[in-house]
Design a protein around this ligand. Sequence first.
Ligand SMILES: [Zn+2]
Length: 383
Amino acid sequence: MNCLYNGPILYKDQILEGKALVFDSKVREIIDEDHLTKDSYEHVNKINAEGNLISPGLMDIHFHGYQGYDIMSSDPQDLISLAQKITANGVTSFLATTNTAPLSSIESALDTIRKLKNKNIEGAEILGAHLEGPFLSPLVPGAQDPSSIIPPSFEWLEPYTDLVYMITIAPEVPGALSFIDQVCSLTNITVSMGHTNATYEEALLGIEAGISHATHFFNAMTGLHHRNPGVVGAILSSNHVTCELIADTIHVHPGLFSLLLKTKGAEDLVLITDCVPPAGLPDGTYLKGERWIESKDGQIRLPDGTLSGSSLRLNQGVNNFKQHTNCSISEAIQLASLNPAKVIGLDNKKGSLELGKDADIAVFDVNFNTLLTFVNGNLVYRR
Ligand SMILES: [Zn+2]
């Protein structure tokens, strides 16, 4: 049994002072700190948080790679290294997010993800997969490979429904609405709208068919015009469509962070990284699939200037969001812990510190730098 003490604890949605958090693989008890001297806690491994915030670990549901390691690699060791590296960012679990690529490449990435799903790999837990495509709009590929975009096929997806928690799709492409309807009625997969050229009306039809989430909101979708409200307008005016935000201040102007918080509320906003393999490496030119991308000054771009994912750390995203809005510490963290867990239906066991939930814990300083990270109660990172 372990115990974290001497720091405020973000427990459920409250910040508690003078308490200690007792856990093994699950959160077991919240006790008064002075009870730690009692005999019954004599054999508990006591870890001093030294005044820092004891927080739920972060969950990244849109994440492609980090420090040179790529989710699309079919080498399990690459995924294990990746999962270990991101614990330094306070991330305790994630959806391995595939790119739009030839189906055989996506299939081999999924086979590797399946081998490691929910395994103890001394790093962040790989929960499953998020498929970013290949059923996107060829008109809005962003940095996805347009030559691999194909029409939606439920038959192709079916063997992976145990593994996939989310799929990003453009609702206006032929066959999309019946695909969305099948996915939503036959599986637990969350269908997300993204890389889409839909009109406002087409986007609403997608939402009616079952779309409940928006992939990197504002990016790679039709924007808001008062006579042509586009995908952005459809999502902002629909209740219960949650939104991903890349809070690196590059993908979306930080002036919109508080607008988004006002319109969507702290319940329906999810911070993600959309982080790609060159993130965390020195500036330079890197090969991504068969294309070169350039990493410079925190921005990662294709040669034509298109942003190609981010180099954001999720804890930095939490800090950026907090800095640019008036939200509380607990709200800022909720956007990257409980909210993503809710979006993929895992909030019964992850996303917050509550009795019986998984002991996924991060200890952050006042700038959300990570000091300690625990996954299912195991210490996996110490600065
Ligand atoms: Zn992405």
